[in-house]
Design a protein around this ligand. Structure first.
Ligand code: 3AM
Length: 176
């Protein structure tokens, strides 16, 4: 039997947005501010699933395939720091309704399938820095990345040779 995988549903960021964000991050945060998330790993988590067996992964994938949701535009125009979880994040001042609905559906499906879901409300964000244990200055408003979200992705998270890697396993298209 195969080992359980650590899985989560997320929104991938377009490569050009990732490149621009990494450039902006390097210009605005000192190296000691925190540990930068690798460009390839930048994403918006929709639902964290935890360690999941192959059978459960299949069941969750089937449920995800039943979701009928319109595509939406995501605008990343906000940033902040959560000292408790020691992350610096990018977010959105106005969450699109489609994003909230998609996350709520995936989180409800996960909960019904026995994946523990945090009672914390969903705060859509892209984690930029981890281990940011000291308060950092957040860049003044004015930055903005905006892109259409036409699909969502099931990722596996692995940790090998000291590096976290997120591997896309499966994607589902949102209707136009
Ligand atoms: O999107 P971010 O980077 O905030 O923090 C982890 C990351 O979220 C989160 O799942 C995403 C992919 O690893 N995560 C990890 N362990 C978690 C847990 N036990 C968790 N989220 C909730 N509960």
């Amino acid at each position: 039997m195969s080992e359980p995988k650590r899985l989560f549903f997320a929104i991938e960021l377009p490569a050009d947005a990732r490149a621009q964000i990494v450039h902006w991050r390097a210009a605005h945060f000192a190296p000691e501010a925190g540990r930068p998330v690798a460009a390839d790993n930048l994403h918006v988590t929709l639902a964290f699933l935890g360690d999941v067996s192959a059978d459960k992964q299949q069941a969750l994938a089937t449920l995800a395939g039943r979701i009928r949701q319109p595509a939406f535009t995501l605008t990343l125009d906000d940033a902040g720091q959560w000292l408790r979880s020691r992350v610096v994040w990018l977010g959105t001042r106005q969450s699109p309704r489609g994003l909230l609905q998609l996350a709520n559906m995936l989180r409800a499906q996960a909960a019904r399938s026995g994946c523990y879901q945090s009672p914390q409300p969903f705060h859509p964000h892209v984690t930029l820095l981890r281990d940011a244990s000291h308060a950092v200055a957040i860049p003044a408003p004015g930055f903005c990345w905006s892109f259409p979200v036409t699909e969502f992705t099931l990722y596996a998270s692995s940790f090998t040779r000291g590096r976290t890697r997120y591997t896309p396993l499966q994607r589902w298209t949102l209707s136009e």
